[in-house]
Design a protein around this ligand. Structure first.
Ligand SMILES: Cc1ncc(COP(=O)(O)O)c(C=O)c1O
Length: 399
């Protein structure tokens, strides 16, 4: 048989799969594993949004729509972007598709040629690196650490630019670190982006989940940056709607138009019914967003205090999103619950096996010193998980 696509064959399976598989296997055996792996909230989709979805089904919204989304949703997104972030768009600047993940991929697809370079600050969300490669382009990883709060500097960005650089991807606030670029920091990076004629993909999917500092959209910085920025966002995290699969890009019309064309020959439109639910999400009462944010803020405060009270691990307080990126490097070269720990994958495996706590090893995000915890789970689970972590670090297995 002839060989399959080189590009597809080179895609790395998610490094989180091994730990997920182990966690699921243990759960199937009836073992009480506490899981902190999921990048989705434990809240339910708010009732008015559910009702809009039900009304869409009953109103027979069961047909194809325009590939880049229905007009009422584009209008609702424009209203939301202006009201929430002070950025003005017209419906022709909006492209809706099946989740921000897909929108990101399509944005890259229409922007990149094989051989182009894309600057990607690490730690980064797992999908970007593979999506860049799936477009035949090359990720240029910029390492960061706690000393700069996991943020890149304008100088670092400038030094990484070559004649092949097409684009940079920023996530603000970040998954996995939770760090937030301030307006000033974004402005300084924006200068380098404009001066070097780059595009910016700004993934703002966690923009409403901010606990420290003020979120400012890259598109709100100045007109020059606005003109070369594709903002990516969606309903998944803000409205507890991960399964509804609605995300959008807001950006320059030539890019949005090509995305529309690309979609018309690939997925076509995002689910019609889910689009109507998203209209309600973006144009309805926003109290649910603040309610969820407040609950996350409580969990974050508890998590950070507990982790930093422990000897062998530490974390920076995240500004936003719902992740703790915990440094476990002090345990390297030691033995915990009988397991030798050399990197954060060893740590995560041992913590799962002996502490019955599932986390994601940092290698998946470009850091071998950390593990990622999602605190989008109940306080009860958080307490239980951290008690188990404490025992594990004291060589007392739960299992
Ligand atoms: C940084 C980041 N961008 C995008 C996504 C994808 O969101 P969606 O559910 O809209 O595809 C995620 C989900 O985990 C994420 O963490």
């Amino acid at each position: 048989m002839k060989s399959l696509s080189d590009v597809a064959s080179a895609i790395k399976p998610s490094a989180t799969l091994a730990i997920n598989a182990l966690s699921q296997e243990l759960k199937a055996q009836g073992v009480d594993v506490v899981s902190f792996g999921a990048g989705e909230t434990d809240f339910f989709t708010p009732d008015p949004i559910k009702a809009a979805g039900i009304a869409a089904i009953e109103g027979n919204k069961s047909y194809y729509t325009a590939s880049s989304g229905i007009a009422p949703l584009k209008k609702a997104i424009c209203g939301y972007m202006e009201k929430t972030f002070g950025v003005k768009y017209e419906p022709k600047n909006i492209c809706v598709s099946s989740g921000a993940k897909h929108v990101l991929y399509i944005a890259m697809r229409v922007m990149l040629n094989p051989g182009d370079e894309v600057i990607l600050p690490a730690p980064y969300w797992v999908t970007y690196e593979e999506a860049i490669r799936m477009c035949g382009a090359t990720p240029v990883i910029l390492k960061t650490d706690e000393s700069t709060s996991f943020k890149i500097s304008p100088e670092q960005l400038s030094a990484a630019v070559t004649e092949k650089t097409k684009c940079i991807i920023l996530t603000n606030p970040s998954n996995p670190t939770g760090m937030l670029y301030s307006e000033e920091e974004m402005r300084a990076l924006g200068r380098v982006i404009v001066d070097n004629d780059l595009y910016l993909i700004d993934d703002e999917i966690y923009a409403t989940l901010v606990y420290e500092g003020k979120f400012v959209s890259a598109a709100a910085i100045d007109p020059e940056l606005y003109a070369r920025t594709v903002v990516v966002n969606g309903v998944s995290k803000t409205y507890a709607m991960t399964g509804w699969r609605i995300g959008f890009a807001a950006g320059p019309q030539p890019i949005i138009k090509l995305m529309d064309t690309y979609l018309s020959h690939s997925t076509g439109n995002a689910c019609n019914i889910a689009q109507y639910a998203a209209v309600e999400a973006y144009s309805g009462d926003q109290t649910c967003v603040e309610d969820m944010r407040r609950e996350f803020a409580k969990r974050r405060a508890y998590f950070v205090e507990r982790v930093n009270a422990m000897d062998k691990v530490s974390c920076l307080p995240p500004d936003g999103a719902f992740y703790i990126f915990m440094d476990v490097s002090k345990t390297f070269g030691t033995t915990l619950c009988g397991e030798e720990i050399h990197d954060s994958s060893d740590f995560a495996q041992a913590l799962l096996k002996h502490g019955l706590v599932a986390t994601v090893p940092g290698a998946a995000f470009g850091s071998v010193s950390h593990i990622r915890w999602s605190y989008a789970t109940s306080m009860e689970n958080i307490k239980k998980g951290l008690d188990r972590l404490e025992k594990f670090l004291n060589n007392q297995p739960t299992a």
